[in-house]
Write a protein that binds this ligand. Sequence first.
Ligand code: GDP
Length: 323
Amino acid sequence: MAKSALITGLTGQDGSYLAELLLDKGYDVYGLVRRSSSSSFGRINHFANKIHVISGDLLDQFSLMDAIDQAQPDEIYNLASQSYVPLSWTQPALTAEYTAIGVSRLLEAIRRCKPDARFYQASSSEVFGQPDESPQTERTAFRPRNPYGVAKAYAHWMTINYRQKYDLYACCGITYTHESPRRGAEFVFRKITRGAVKIKLGLAKELKLGNLDALRDWCHAEDVVNAMWMMLQQNKPDDFIIASGETHSVKELVDCAFSYVGLNWQDYVSVDPQFYRPDEPVTLAGCVDKIKARIQWQPKYSFADLVESMVEHELKDLTDGGA
Ligand code: GDP
């Protein structure tokens, strides 16, 4: 019989890639979707008819229990959260309701309705905030610096506590920045790849950026969701950092994207203080020794592949009439 999986956050970047991966593997895929007046199906329209959409909300305990009763999932992936860091400062309590307490509700629902289901919790490198060391490992202390990071730290420890107390198969994957054509255009990776292509096509004249020396650890979202799935196929539940293990500067990214379309970035890029961050974190870089050694995961996309695939996507999108 086909395995079944329930994904929260189905309509987000990671939820949509994970659903496609699980469909390819023959899973019966259920997605929990929050009822809203506007459609949020942009990322999943092309396969929406192949999955089961269940209406529910991390704020509502009974809706989670009903969703699990209906899906009878072998695997549950919690990818839903209030994930926009600046908003976590203006709505800290709501962020905690979704990103922290929502996970308590989900763990309780699993414990009561389907305790043999395997559970993946999306932890984030934001739990490290201002870390004591770089690269960070699974043992690096959490020092979150915003309400989103604090909420993710709570969810992380609740997941581990439910594993220890109730023997649930529950794991946390600590992901770093991950990108794809389905990522919002305001994030720097898409801003740069799309910006370079617009200039190449004569649709823009310049690109204004913030701190070119900022360092990040960038992965492709497809690689990240594959790691999530692999984590739930192991004999024992465990927590892992999911990252590329490499850091690159924004300047390297600019250079790579502009070179790919045959332009010299210095002719088009200027630095604008409005894009500087007041509290730029120290380098966030994940140590991937554990995930490579224990579950033999490694990303398929190199940094250059990621740039290439994003630029190719923008070239296609913008020549097909995108804006
Ligand atoms: P984050 O990892 O969630 O902060 O993702 P972003 O893609 O928004 O930012 C990545 C890094 O790029 C940060 O260190 C920013 O300071 C830096 N950066 C430099 N210029 C820009 C810009 O114009 N926009 C954004 N969003 N980030 C920029």
